[in-house]
Design a protein around this ligand. Sequence first.
Ligand code: NAI
Length: 333
Amino acid sequence: MIKIAVIEGDGVGPEIIRGVISILESLIEAEFVFIKAGKKYFYETGLPMEEKGIQKIKESDVLLKGPIATPVRGRTYLSINLRIRREFNLYANVRPFRSYSGISIRKLSTVIVRENTEGLYSGIEEADGEKAIASRIITKRKSEKISEYAFGLAEEEKRERVTAIHKRNILKVSDGLFLETFYEVAKKHPSIAADDAIVDAASYKLVKVDNAFDIMVTPNLYGDILSDVAAGVIGSLGLCGSAQVGDSFAAFEPIHGTAEDIAGRGIANPLGAVIASSLMLTWLGTKNSDLREKGMLVRRAVDDLIERRIALTPDLGGSSTTDDVINALFRLI
Ligand code: NAI
């Protein structure tokens, strides 16, 4: 039986993750192992995550998680997301974006493949009261790994082009290394076109031009920001899921945060988390084709629900609740 570690998260996290679990329970035989973590747990106990949290994740096949808040003021802790990414070396953050007519402002079918463990999120910062410095680490090894991942994905999904996103005109050395490495890897994949774009121009193009990119591969920060741009283009942050993938483990989550402004009102869009669960089934499906089929079934149900406007939450212009959306998906799956 598949063992799925679950962190429900903060804010809207529990509302959407519970719905996703009910869908998964109807589709597969799985044991769900709940792990307490996040801001609420921290304020109650002084710990960001229960002591055996990492161990419980290690004993599971995958991790499904909701968004977790990292307080910026007062008592705080090292981001749990960063800790999990490092602990399991989840070097690729893979985020597919697909547009829907009447909802999205542009046609788009792109995957952002973001390096997930270094760059400006290396966690090395210092300050002396007058000056603050953050180290931005780019290594050849991680640049190679993320580029290989992007070209591998292009081959698997029969896509035509991988575009490296950078700011080499300013960050000549660090983004220079990222870009040189990308083109070295590209030579090993001659059937896929390779090009590059400067991050600011790429942001503009995403919003301004239909189908501007196929697969985008990026250092950590650019991918984080471009993901929210792409989410805005397709219609809502609540509509996007992600896979964080390492060599032997993966974690799945919606890309949005805790959405405190709508938490507890039962109106959060659960589709990003549902898409994350379909990515999870597809990832597990590399060893089990039945799971892969089920992953595709979930994704088709999401697309059908949106295209036919069966149940849309307010962020997509509808008036349905989180539960309405989950119930509608049950009928479609
Ligand atoms: P946010 O994504 O929580 O909210 C931005 C806007 O999008 C808000 O107006 C919110 O209502 C809307 N939104 C987000 N998810 C939605 C959904 N499912 N349905 C409908 N509307 C939705 O971003 P914000 O406010 O910057 O971050 C809040 C907290 O979340 C922060 O503490 C941040 O650190 C954390 N965060 C955690 C992430 C994770 O655990 N992977 C990712 C991003 C942020």
